[in-house]
Design a binder for this molecule. Structure first.
Ligand SMILES: Cc1cc2nc3c(=O)[nH]c(=O)nc-3n(C[C@H](O)[C@H](O)[C@H](O)COP(=O)(O)OP(=O)(O)OC[C@H]3O[C@@H](n4cnc5c(N)ncnc54)[C@H](O)[C@@H]3O)c2cc1C
Length: 271
C-alpha cells in the first residue's frame, strides 16, 4: 500500500499524505504516535483531494486479553475482532458494535455507538499517550458525550479496557448477528464513512433528509445513499469535492429545518 489516503480510508477518497507510518505493535505505536495524525481504519474520515501535508500513522496494534470479566484491547484492534473475542469468551456488552468497521482507538475517540449502546457504557479505562507520557484515564475522566469524548486533540489512545458481563457465548453471538442484520438492512454496503451528520437530540438527520427527497442525489461519483439519507456513498471515482458539494446541500436542508448541523465525519487535510 502507498501514501494515497484513498487506500487508507473506507470512503476510498483522498490524495497523498506526505508520509505514512505503519504501527504494527504497541512499541511502534508509542514510538510514532507523536509524529502525526493517527488513523485506525479511516472509517470516519473524509480526506482532502490534495492529501495531507504531514505524517499519517496507521494503527495496526491489535491485541485482546481477558482478565475476569474485563477485556483489554490494543487500540488498533478492529471492533469486529474485539466483538468476536468477547463473544467467544462469553462476555456481553459489545454486541451493538458488530459491523462497525473501525478500531478500538477510533471508537473511543468518537464514542462510537449504535442500537442504544456506546463505548461510554462499557469502557473501564483508556491508556492514552498525552504529551509524551502514558496515562490511564478512567471513564469519568474521558467526559464522553454523543459521538465525542474529552480527549485532547493530540492524545493517542494506546489501548482500552472494557468491563463486560458474563453470558452464554451462543446468545451473545446471535444478538450481535441480529444487530448486524438490522445494520445491513438499513445502511448501504458501498464505500462510505458512515453517518455524515450527528443526530440532534430527539431527531433523526436521516429521516429529515429523506423527507426532503435527498436520497439518490448525485454529484460526480458521490451519491446520497438510497438506503440511508445521512450516508454518502462513493460509487466509483468520487472526489472529496463531490462529497462536499452534497454535504453543503444536506446542511442547507438541515438548517432550513432548524436543526443544528454538526458533522460526525472528520475532515483530514485542507478543505
Ligand atoms: C459502513 C459504516 C458504518 C458505520 N457505523 C457506525 C455506527 O453504527 N456507529 C458509529 O458510532 N460509527 C459508525 N461508523 C463510523 C466509524 O466506523 C466509527 O466512528 C469508528 O469508531 C471509527 O474508527 P476508526 O478506527 O476507523 O477511526 P478513524 O476513522 O481512523 O479516525 C476517526 C477519528 O479518531 C481518531 N483516532 C483514530 N485512532 C485513534 C487513536 N488510537 N487515538 C486517538 N485518536 C484516534 C482519528 O485521528 C480521527 O480523528 C460507521 C462507518 C462506516 C463506514
Amino acid at each position: 500500500m502507498g501514501n494515497t489516503l484513498s487506500e487508507w480510508t473506507t470512503f476510498g477518497i483522498g490524495g497523498a499524505a506526505k508520509r505514512i507510518e505503519l504501527a504494527s505493535s504497541r512499541e511502534q505505536l508509542i514510538d510514532c504516535a507523536g509524529c502525526g495524525v493517527v488513523l485506525g481504519r479511516g472509517s470516519n474520515i473524509l480526506a482532502s483531494d490534495s492529501g495531507y501535508d504531514g505524517t499519517v500513522v496507521i494503527n495496526r496494534y491489535e491485541q485482546t486479553v481477558r482478565k475476569g470479566t474485563s477485556v483489554y484491547a490494543g487500540s488498533g484492534t478492529r471492533l469486529s475482532r474485539l466483538c468476536g473475542f468477547a463473544a467467544e469468551n462469553g462476555l456481553s456488552g459489545l454486541e451493538w458494535a458488530v459491523g462497525i468497521p473501525g478500531t478500538v482507538g477510533g471508537a473511543v475517540r468518537m464514542n462510537a455507538g449504535a442500537f442504544l449502546g456506546a463505548v461510554s457504557d462499557v469502557l473501564d479505562y483508556a491508556e492514552v499517550l498525552r504529551g509524551g507520557r502514558l496515562v490511564t484515564l478512567d471513564k469519568s475522566e474521558l467526559c464522553f458525550g454523543y459521538r465525542s469524548c474529552g480527549l485532547h486533540d493530540d492524545d493517542v489512545v494506546i489501548g482500552a479496557a472494557f468491563e463486560l458481563t458474563e453470558g452464554d457465548p451462543t446468545v451473545i453471538r446471535k444478538r450481535g448477528e441480529s444487530y448486524n442484520v438490522l445494520r445491513k438492512n438499513s445502511q448501504p454496503s458501498g464505500k462510505s464513512a458512515g453517518s455524515v451528520f450527528k443526530n440532534p437530540p430527539h431527531a433523526s438527520v436521516g429521516k429529515i433528509l429523506d423527507e426532503a427527497g435527498l436520497k439518490g442525489l448525485r454529484r460526480g461519483g458521490a451519491v446520497i445513499s438510497h438506503e440511508h439519507a445521512n450516508i454518502i456513498v462513493n460509487t466509483g471515482g468520487a472526489t472529496a469535492k463531490d462529497v462536499c458539494a452534497l454535504i453543503r446541500i444536506m446542511r442547507g436542508v438541515l438548517i432550513a429545518e432548524g436543526v443544528q448541523a454538526k458533522e460526525e465525519i472528520i475532515y483530514l487535510g485542507e478543505f
